[in-house]
Design a protein around this ligand. Structure first.
Ligand SMILES: [Zn+2]
Length: 203
């Protein structure tokens, strides 16, 4: 049993729920917070509330946005007939940095992961399928991570969208298996986008 005061223990437990933060790191963060000045802690707390209140998923693509529709979806210069499907908002940032893509995005906010109990039914694709039904999309680039979860997710999406008869591409060239989109350097990722490979769904 921990002998920390109840309030401190409560904070540590909350911090330990963050991704990648275990009990040890949670304790370190909590102790650091205790050492911070009142004003600093106040600013941090306000920032958390502000971000939580003002940043929301875009109505169309789920990307982080301060408005109902994000800056990419509302940009008239972007092509509206091509859509790039990614797992997380940080993947949008990585692909935007390559300057090799001028279409729209769809952020899944996750990937299928049997190990973590995330099945196809948990994947957020209803809004995506609605967009295919509207007929505006002619091409898709599936840019989920080149790892087991990303591949499972890509296969599932291909199954769901192939009836719409659009051209389906998978990002891939030069990307080693097991990496994550956000960690690939811009030059390699840019090439992977521009040299995407067409997937034959007729079989
Ligand atoms: Zn958007």
């Amino acid at each position: 049993m921990s002998s920390f005061p109840k309030e401190l223990e409560g904070l540590i437990e909350e911090l330990a729920r963050f991704p990648g933060v275990g009990r040890r790191s949670a304790e370190r963060i909590a102790f650091y917070l205790l050492k911070m000045g009142d004003e600093e802690v106040d600013t941090l707390a306000k920032k958390i509330v502000e971000v939580h209140k003002n940043i929301r998923p875009c109505k169309f693509c789920n990307n982080f946005s301060i408005k109902e529709v994000c800056s990419i979806c509302s940009n008239p210069k972007r092509r509206r007939d091509i859509i790039c499907i990614v797992e997380e908002p940080k993947d949008v940032i990585a692909i935007e940095k390559t300057s090799q893509y001028d279409g729209l995005y769809y952020v899944l906010l996750g990937a299928i992961s049997p190990l973590e109990g995330v099945g196809p039914e948990n994947l957020n694709i209803k809004k995506l399928l609605d967009r295919f039904r509207s007929g505006e999309i002619k091409e898709v680039i599936i840019s989920t991570d080149p790892d087991n979860e990303g591949e499972l997710t890509a296969q599932f999406i291909i199954e769901k969208i192939s009836p719409f008869g659009v051209k389906i591409y998978r990002i891939g060239i030069g990307i080693p298996f097991g990496t994550q989109i956000e960690y690939i350097d811009s030059a390699t990722l840019g090439r992977a986008i521009s040299e995407r490979k067409l997937i034959d769904t007729r079989s």
